[in-house]
Design a binder for this molecule. Sequence first.
Ligand code: PAF
Length: 287
Amino acid sequence: MLRLLEPQTLRKACDLARARGESVAFVPTMGALHSGHLSLIAEAKRHGAFVVASIFVNPTQFGPQEDFAKYPRTLEDDAAMLAGAGASALFSPTSEHMYVAGDATRIVVSQLTESLCGPFRPGHFEGVATVVCKLVSQVGPCTLLLGQKDYQQLAVVSRMVRDLFLPVTVVGVPTMREPDGLAMSSRNRYLSPEERTLAAAVPQALRAAEAAFKKGERQVGALRALSLAALGDTLKLQYLTFADADSLAPYADEAKLPERALLAVAGYLGKTRLIDNVVLQTNEASQ
Ligand code: PAF
């Protein structure tokens, strides 16, 4: 049975679980859950007997022109999905709890936030790092599970955990995809049926570069041209960038990729912002 935890009971329930010898696995979310989130819960169960999920639409990670107000809030359905997936507990705090009056602390992770989504979403990763830090501070020592779809978020949170010596092990979980390859996302529900069909071009753009990379193409400009051709004019493109898979520093078109690199894409399809990525690597490099 899914336990609903309050700010006063969250830490105690996690401490009691640890005292029983159960590891705690934590899945932070903003709700509007889909199969991708359930794969995080399934993976969490492999890392901890006590699986806590949080649902909090975090205001500090949305820009003034972004979709905070209309972000889907489906708490009852989400709780039922979490119960069905076998989560132990749900923490769904209020903004007043997470950001107490006079709240003045923010976490800034530099470097990793300077490329990809960073310039297009000023303040976003500061909001993410801050809220994740606030959440894990209440959960206590745990394994933290995040999706690889938000590759830069995963990198930023991992760096914060390392730099601040947080008692947390971060695990990245592979992206879940629809049958046509579209990465699952809570924002996909904003797409009209026509946009939803067009959206398949986004993963196709990644696959086009990936296929050429696996055949030996390393020239960034050539790989980029293949991706852009597959994408067509589907997106109002923000970036389609080849970057170092660890530092997220972009490669210039003239550069040659090493044996492992990130390809990430973001842009708007109508009013919906879509992001996706693939780590390009040869089979040998992934072993
Ligand atoms: O990926 C998300 O849903 C959010 O950015 C997170 C990690 C729950 C922080 O609000």
